[in-house]
Ligand binder design. Structure first.
Ligand SMILES: [Cu+2]
Length: 131
């Protein structure tokens, strides 16, 4: 074996280990575009509407697409005791709520049921696509 390479091996191994550790840390943090300020409740006149229907134990669509930067009126209709929360934002609604939010960051946001509603609760997930 090449002697100089052999001597450098521990250094290479250490560098590889460091890269692995940094990669692991990086993947656990949320994307920078999703923060509590990515969606704000607003009193502006809504220019788009979204109705989300929740039943035991799903939402009526696997994904919903809305436009960035335009006031969005969200209505949550629920058959059963469900609420919604949009992960990594301040969006939180109960059954029957109607609120207007503006999303400032494009991306995909997970919609989750916010009320422990029963055996299918963990499966109550959809995606809000902000484009
Ligand atoms: Cu639930």
């Amino acid at each position: 074996m090449n002697r100089s390479l052999f001597r450098r091996l521990p250094l290479i191994a250490a560098a590889a280990g460091f890269l692995l550790i940094s990669a692991a840390c990086g993947s656990s943090s949320a994307p920078a575009s999703n923060g509590p300020s990515a969606a704000v409740e607003t009193t502006a006149e809504p220019t788009q509407d979204l109705v989300i229907k929740a039943t035991n134990y799903k939402f009526d669509q696997e994904s919903y697409t809305i436009k960035k930067g335009e006031p969005l009126r969200i209505k949550l209709e629920s058959d059963g005791i469900h609420g919604i929360r949009v992960a990594n934002t301040s969006v939180k609604m109960n059954a029957g709520d109607e609120k207007v939010y503006s999303f400032s960051e494009a991306g995909e946001y997970q919609i989750e049921c916010s009320i422990p509603c029963g055996p299918g609760h963990e499966k109550m997930i959809s995606v809000l696509k902000v484009v």
